[in-house]
Ligand binder design. Structure first.
Ligand code: TGC
Ligand code: FAD
Length: 393
């Protein structure tokens, strides 16, 4: 039984809540993914290959730094940007990850914390995909607690000398530039961001092999040993842990939309399959109450997730979003997506484990998405802290 074409998921007239422009952006991205990613993604997943050939076309569609203004960026609204992320992740979480990192974790910090000169020299090239970036916050011993980082930057004359290890870095070995977060070697030990060109002596990136998740995305460890950068590579407006956390807000927001995309892919595959697969009395499995219960759960949770992230997007467009709102959307929508993937896999029976269908790939990817950008449980604690006023980290 061949996998069937994705038909979109809209149970509660979601399309009435978005504008013509927003629909156009979504539909253009859906078509791009259908024509360019779907035909190659299973091969990429098997081979552990990032489809780098899609970088240029995605740049041309304005996906990099899409919600930033000026410097060649598309200036999309946050809802438009979110719909792009939804469609990318409907294809594969790895491709959405790549765009998240390039946009939210590399272009955004330069945009928000950089000098005019830094913006001029980096943003247009990153927007065009001529330069690729990565974001180094996590370290081998500091994941959920990045404030404990060991990476240090020492001021020596007109340079900074950076030493440290970063781990689990998306796009690490294909990046031309890394945004590296380090503590200054001074009394305050404040965390600052640095633009580090990856061809500087002392900088190395080694890929993580043997991943069962995000196989179409590059994940690397970074080693910085006495890497010298000129003082003009410091992001002048970065100041403390709050700065990288502000970047994470941008990326977590995109993931919250992306989760819905992956959930839609799994739900639609399972629904279509259940209508044609027959078991007992020559009836489609969709006629069994227990299968319907799973489909009903999935469509209800996807619909709630769509409304949640749309409201977060509207608040973000009105400059009224708070980071705990984004945590709620990331936590909920990735959890929903993973549950949908597990239920959809179940509905497909044995076929569910084969890569003739996208479900198992999404399920494996979503295990990473649940962990990165703040684990599910860390977001639980962020929401808990917000409603009680008590940090329980
Ligand atoms: P804490 O003392 O709570 O906070 C330090 C300062 O930051 C403020 N703050 C935030 N500001 C903006 N946005 C946020 N989301 C913020 N969260 C906190 C806070 O108000 C404080 O400000 P100030 O003015 O008082 O200094 O910091 P903490 O050390 O207790 O840690 C808090 C915690 C656990 C929430 C935080 O560290 C955290 O979020 N941990 C999770 C780490 C994480 O998400 N890492 C992601 C790495 S990047 C990645 O995974 C990329 S995957 C990309 C892909 O492939 O798609
Ligand atoms: P840990 O922090 O060791 O957590 C392990 C477990 O303990 C989790 O279940 C967690 O919820 C729980 N836990 C931890 N602290 C608490 C607490 N206080 N209370 C209750 N439970 C707790 N990082 C980057 O900087 N850049 C990237 O580009 C990037 N890309 C990534 C790509 C992939 C594929 C993956 C898997 C990770 C990536 N990361 C990246 C790292 C990611 O952000 C971290 O993995 C994540 O923040 C969790 O850290 P950890 O893996 O060290 O888990």
């Amino acid at each position: 039984m061949p996998a069937m074409k994705f038909r979109g998921v809209d149970f509660l007239a979601f399309d009435n809540l978005i504008s013509d422009d927003e629909r156009l952006v979504r539909d253009t991205t859906r078509q791009f993914i259908e024509e360019n990613l779907i035909p190659i993604i299973e091969e990429c997943n098997r081979a552990g290959r990032f489809p780098q050939e899609l970088v240029k076309p995605m740049a041309e569609l304005g996906y990099f730094g899409a919600s930033l203004k000026g410097h060649g960026c598309a200036g999309m609204s946050n809802v438009e940007y979110g719909l792009v992320m939804q469609e990318l992740e409907r294809g594969d979480s790895g491709i959405r990850s790549f765009v998240s990192v390039q946009s939210a974790l590399v272009m955004y910090p330069i945009y928000a914390f950089g000098s005019e000169e830094q913006k001029r020299s980096w943003l247009p090239a990153l927007q065009k995909g001529e330069k690729l970036g990565c974001f180094g916050l996590t370290e081998p011993d500091f994941g959920s607690n990045p404030g404990g980082m060991r990476t240090r930057a020492r001021k020596v004359g007109a340079e900074y000398v950076i030493n440290g290890e970063k781990m689990w870095i998306t796009s690490g070995s294909i990046a031309d530039v890394a945004i590296i977060w380090a503590k200054l070697e001074n009394e305050q030990e404040s965390i600052r961001g640095f633009i580090v060109e990856t061809d500087r002596p002392g900088f190395e990136a080694d890929d993580v092999h043997g991943k069962w998740s995000l196989r179409a995305s590059v994940t690397s460890g970074l080693s910085l040993q006495d890497v010298h950068v000129p003082e003009c590579n410091l992001l002048p407006k970065s100041n403390g842990l709050k700065s990288p956390l502000m970047c994470l807000n941008q990326a977590r927001y995109g993931i919250a939309w992306g989760g819905i995309g992956a959930a839609m892919a799994c739900y639609d595959s399972a629904l279509q399959y259940s209508l044609v697969r027959k078991q007992f009395r020559d009836q489609p499995i969709a006629s069994h109450q227990l299968v319907q219960e799973k489909l009903a759960w999935m469509i209800t949770e996807i619909t709630k997730g769509q409304l949640l992230v749309l409201q977060v997007g509207r608040l973000k467009d009105a400059d009224k979003v708070e980071h705990q709102h984004i945590s709620m959307a990331k936590r909920n929508n990735v959890w929903v997506a993973l549950e949908c993937a597990r239920m959809a896999r179940d509905i497909l029976g044995a076929n569910g484990i084969a890569d003739d269908y996208p479900i198992m790939r999404h399920m494996m990817n979503l295990e990473s998405v649940k962990t990165y950008e703040g684990t599910h449980d860390i977001h639980t604690l962020i929401i808990g802290s917000s409603v009680t006023g008590i940090d329980a980290f």
